[in-house]
Design a protein around this ligand. Structure first.
Ligand code: DGL
Length: 269
């Protein structure tokens, strides 16, 4: 069996995609990773789909120059607006987050009522409705745009004592509770940071984080393409951002579970 040591390229608008890097490192610890956070343009969620597609192509080109073997789009907003266009143009595996999370939600719901909180652009794209119904055709999908959440997460306001966060969550989750959903997709890779808060506010509801749900698809794709790295050595991760490196380095540890201070490089793209 051959071993493909080339890195996996992962991108997001900012810090959120690090939740996907964390999951890759846990499940596939030998894989090398190049991460790109397009922090100059965060949040993606209030941009037009045309703008996001432009960013997605630019991010992909940057990662390809780093010699990646596959791309994990660690961003629901970029996936829902641009994945189809990227897969048409590039010949390497490109894995998104929306379809795997939708499949998981369709498998988890008992009353066929699924809620989604996500960025305005993701909600506007209708991607989750289509994806969940492709797995469970008579499922009702209720999506709520949650524009306040990404800026709050990027600012580190993720604790129970952060009333701006708890008020915003109350605002977005109340209509979903009223619809009687039994399953909620956290349709943005920034959201696992406040998983515990949501769990507390939505007792008894299945909570599906989007980023980590994509791991089996990524693994299966790399396996089928004979692209897994079987080396004994722990993988290395390179971090690049389009914006401020020090801020990203200081806050990245929260998402990744391990400090990356001083390890973040400026992406020239
Ligand atoms: N974390 C991204 C997502 O999953 C992008 C959030 C944003 O930049 O608005 O949608």
């Amino acid at each position: 069996m051959s071993s493909d040591t080339r890195p996996i390229g992962v991108f997001d608008s900012g810090l959120g995609g690090l939740t996907v890097v964390k999951a890759i490192l846990e499940k596939m610890p030998c894989e090398n990773i190049v991460y790109l956070g397009d922090s100059l343009n965060v949040p993606y969620g209030d941009k037009t789909s045309g703008q996001i597609t432009e960013f997605a192509f630019r991010n992909t080109e940057f990662l390809l120059k780093k010699g990646v073997k596959a791309i994990a789009i660690a961003c629901n907003t970029a996936d829902s607006t641009s994945k189809g266009k990227l897969t048409q143009c590039y010949d390497i595996p490109i894995i998104g987050v929306v379809s795997p999370a939708a499949e998981k939600a369709a498998g988890a719901t008992k009353n066929k009522k699924v809620g989604v909180i996500a960025t305005a652009t993701t909600v506007g794209s209708g991607a989750y409705e289509r994806a969940v119904r492709s797995y469970l055709s008579d499922c009702l999908v209720f999506s709520v745009a949650a524009p306040k959440l990404v800026p709050l997460v990027e600012a580190g306001k993720i604790h129970k004592s952060d009333t701006e966060m708890t008020d915003a969550l109350e605002e977005y989750l109340t209509p979903l509770k009223e619809k009687g959903i039994d399953t909620l997709v956290l349709g943005c890779t920034h959201y696992p940071l406040f998983y515990d808060l949501v769990k507390e506010m939505m007792p008894g509801i299945n909570i599906i984080p989007s980023g980590t749900s994509s791991l089996p698809s990524l693994y299966e794709k790399l396996l089928s393409e004979d692209m897994l790295n079987f080396s004994e050595k722990k993988g290395e991760v390179e971090f690049y951002v389009t914006g401020e490196t020090s801020y990203f380095g200081e806050h990245g540890g929260l998402f990744l579970g391990t400090s990356i201070e001083g390890k973040v490089k400026k992406a020239v793209i």
